[in-house]
Design a protein around this ligand. Structure first.
Ligand code: NAP
Length: 248
């Protein structure tokens, strides 16, 4: 018996980076994985095929998480394809960094819409099925930056702090229906994106982290496995930093 055997999971933004890592680790633990992407169609298709090799049900869906109606349709499609939704992981996110002096209204609005409205959209979309079945685990991916703030990321940190307030409110509202809502706050996670950065800069970041390394997508995925599984059935409304001790 695997930890996530027969659990049906939605992961937004699963085509690359952390979301892809979560999808792979969840499939290894026996979960059926429905994941979304915005534009990376070929890597999404590749991942769908790869996940199926673990003997689970897997499907990629093109769906813009920042669009309310698309989120509703996505949940309906997944219910048709998978039968139920046990776990939602809101992972899709973008950055549009700039100092406040140079940050446009559009860059602020876009980041809030993709990072925060998406969490509202998808949570609303899975609410009815989760209420009906009287269980569910919602895991929202925030960031250390949502806890601490960061110069040059006012839009991003506002969206990530908003996710924490939203998640706690959902935990309070839906606890009596056995729907749990928790946050994972990653620190510096090394993905394809960070591979493009200057090695010296990245090494400096690693040395500033108590565990002396950047995180891997699997580190975030393992925390999500715990929060998705019945091992965490008495945990809700919490924010778990997965950051190598960065915020300590
Ligand atoms: P990433 O490599 O840039 O991947 C982002 C994913 O989100 C992609 O699958 C992308 O799909 C998808 N996406 C973007 N906009 C979307 C939309 N409107 N609708 C649906 N999907 C959308 O990012 P990452 O580094 O893995 O980050 C994943 C999450 O962790 C984000 O919420 C990020 O803020 C958070 N985080 C990351 C770090 C880090 O160090 N990497 C640290 C703290 C928090 P396409 O491929 O189709 O564009």
């Amino acid at each position: 018996m695997k930890l996530l055997d027969s659990k049906n999971v939605i992961i937004t933004g699963g085509s690359r980076g952390i979301g892809k890592g979560i999808a792979e680790v969840f499939a290894k633990h026996g979960a059926n994985v429905a994941f979304t992407y915005n534009s990376s169609e070929s890597s999404a298709q590749e991942l769908e095929d790869h996940l199926k090799t673990f003997g689970v049900n897997a499907k990629a869906y093109q769906s813009d998480a920042s669009d309310f109606d698309q989120a509703q349709k996505l949940a309906d499609d997944i219910i048709k394809d998978f039968g139920s939704i046990d776990v939602l992981i809101n992972n899709a996110g973008i950055t549009k960094d700039n100092l406040l002096m140079r940050m446009s209204e559009d860059d602020f609005d876009k980041v809030i819409k993709v990072n925060l409205n998406s969490v509202f959209n998808l949570t609303k979309a899975v609410l009815r099925p989760m209420l009906k079945q009287r269980h569910g685990s919602i895991i929202n991916i925030s960031s250390v930056v949502g806890i601490k703030g960061n110069a040059g990321q006012a839009n991003y940190s506002a969206s990530k702090a908003g996710i924490i307030g939203f998640s706690k409110s959902v935990a309070l509202e839906l606890g009596s229906r056995n729907i749990r809502s928790n946050v994972v706050a990653p620190g510096f996670i090394e993905t394809e994106m960070t591979e493009k950065l200057d090695e010296k800069t990245v090494e400096g970041w690693r040395q500033a982290i108590p565990l002396k390394r950047g995180g891997q997508p699997e580190d975030i995925a393992n925390a999500c496995v715990f929060l998705a599984s019945d091992m965490s059935s008495y945990i809700t409304g919490q924010t778990l930093s997965v950051d190598g001790g960065m915020l300590t």
